[in-house]
Design a binder for this molecule. Structure first.
Ligand SMILES: [Zn+2]
Length: 223
């Protein structure tokens, strides 16, 4: 738990869900490791839901619509392009970038890495904007696939809970998800737990597999 609190990337809802996972995995506060159980511990049984209005009744049992599921989806390990720029990026004779408020936006791809770059231009630099897009499309390699960019976002909870089969969960949450390459190889671990996206139907499922027994205290003195 202390490691969770010390992680600067863990905050808000993500930290709440992480603490709920700690309660389940390290302290056995729930018999099952599914999204419903995590949600109960993080927000309470009547916690905030995403679906409202006419869909409320369905959302009562459809745990994929919960705030917990949204938090887990946002933490899916993936490549995320940089934040879009709001100012014109066209070079001028005096400046590296025009800097005026942009009115047209798009993305161009670095075909050698698969990474994306924002394109933004003001009305004055419309022609530059069109040319940049055209050049990018024309330089797309004809042969071979464009590489998948390195993952640079998400996977924060996965760092703390290697016993969970995260790729399986991410694929359950997003059927279009495929693993992204990592700049630094992830240490191989053997997951022993799987988060079940749907709430278990009654009667309840057997208990989720546990990690082997281990010493209660995990803090070690530092030199
Ligand atoms: Zn401009």
């Amino acid at each position: 738990m202390l490691r969770l609190l010390a992680d600067p990337e863990l905050g808000g809802d993500l930290l709440l869900v992480g603490l709920a996972l700690t309660a389940i995995i390290d302290h056995d506060l729930s018999w099952s490791c599914d999204i419903a159980s995590i949600h109960h511990l993080a927000y309470g049984s009547r916690g905030p839901r995403v679906a409202i209005g006419a869909e409320t009744r369905e959302a009562e049992t459809h745990w994929m619509n919960t705030r917990t599921a949204r938090v887990l989806v946002d933490d899916i390990r993936r490549y995320r392009p940089p934040e879009p720029r709001r100012e014109c990026l066209a070079p001028t004779p005096r400046k590296a970038a025009c800097g005026k408020k942009a009115t047209q936006f798009d993305w161009v791809t670095d075909w050698s890495t698969g990474e994306m770059r924002n394109l933004a231009a003001c009305t004055k630099h419309h022609d530059w904007f069109i040319q940049q897009r055209k050049t990018n499309q024309e330089t797309r390699p004809v042969v071979g696939e464009v590489p998948r960019p390195y993952a640079n976002y998400g996977g924060v909870l996965a760092r703390h809970f290697p016993e969970i089969n995260w790729p399986k969960l991410w694929a359950d949450l997003d059927p279009n998800w495929r693993p992204y390459p990592e700049r630094e190889p992830v240490a191989p671990t053997t997951p022993t737990l799987r988060i079940v996206p749907e709430a278990p139907s009654k009667p309840a499922k057997p208990r989720a597999p546990r990690r082997p027994a281990r010493p209660r205290l995990r803090l070690v003195p530092t030199i």
